[in-house]
Design a protein around this ligand. Structure first.
Ligand SMILES: O=P(O)(O)OC[C@H]1O[C@H](OP(=O)(O)OP(=O)(O)O)[C@H](O)[C@@H]1O
Ligand SMILES: O=c1cc[nH]c(=O)[nH]1
Ligand SMILES: [Mg+2]
Length: 209
């Protein structure tokens, strides 16, 4: 059974509220994206396997645990997913990073792919796909289909805010993928934006509007 989790930790709720505020500027917004990504990473990596090692502390020899060398890859969906990479790498610095470029056609809301560069050994890695916004779910679904075509079998998705439509579509298209989001919002508006949402995540991260 895959996981679909709304990680409504108080710190995440607080930081997402700051991000929703239209008066929050680019610099603060970017820091918040990174911080929330880090908090969601903590939850999404809870099931990573560990192994026992022996460590010499200043006091004695101790048997203790470290990560059991599972190889990870992060795949941000460009552009907005890029804002989540540094926060994730703070916690899992050994992860490789692939990139998938997608934008939504503003009229049809269908995702259009313009870039794909993944680690060569992606099929052997546990993959975490990153995108702050899960709106219709089309972009995340297409990105994961593309990653599966390259052989990856263990995939998780981390987003900051989801619409019910997006969560449903992603789960229906990829029932094997664990999904972690920081908030589940009310609905999509007629332009496919999440309500109440936070606006266009890419524009707010990069200051393009
Ligand atoms: O679930 P969906 O309906 O597919 O919408 C979500 C997508 O829309 C945004 O990207 P956008 O097209 O604005 O591109 P950008 O990141 O370059 O701004 C967002 O970052 C997701 O990738
Ligand atoms: O609300 C939305 C929907 C799609 N993409 C965004 O950046 N925001
Ligand atoms: Mg955008």
């Amino acid at each position: 059974m895959s996981v679909v989790e709304i990680v409504d930790h108080p710190l995440i709720q607080h930081k997402i509220s700051l991000m929703r505020n239209r008066h929050t500027g680019t610099r603060e917004f970017r820091d918040l994206v990174s911080e929330v990504a880090m908090l969601l990473c903590y939850e999404a990596t809870r099931d990573l396997p560990t192994e026992e090692v022996e460590v010499e502390t200043p006091i004695c020899l101790a048997r203790t645990k470290v990560l059991a060398g599972r190889k990870l890859a992060l795949v941000p969906i460009l552009r907005a997913g890029l804002g989540m990479v540094d926060g994730m790498l703070n916690l899992i610095p050994a992860a490789k990073v692939g990139h998938i470029g997608l934008y939504r056609n503003e009229e049809t809301l269908q995702p259009v792919e313009y870039y794909c560069k993944l680690p060569k050994d992606i099929a052997e890695r546990e993959v975490i796909v990153l995108d702050p916004m899960l709106a219709t779910g089309g972009s995340a679904s297409d990105a994961i289909t593309q990653i599966k075509k390259h052989g990856a079998r263990h995939i998780k998705f981390i987003g900051l805010i989801a619409a019910p439509e997006g969560l449903k579509t992603l789960h229906a298209n990829h029932p094997d993928v664990d999904i972690y989001v920081g908030a589940l919002d009310e609905k999509l508006n007629d332009n496919g934006y999440i309500v109440p949402g936070l606006g266009d995540a890419g524009d707010r991260i990069f200051g393009t509007k």
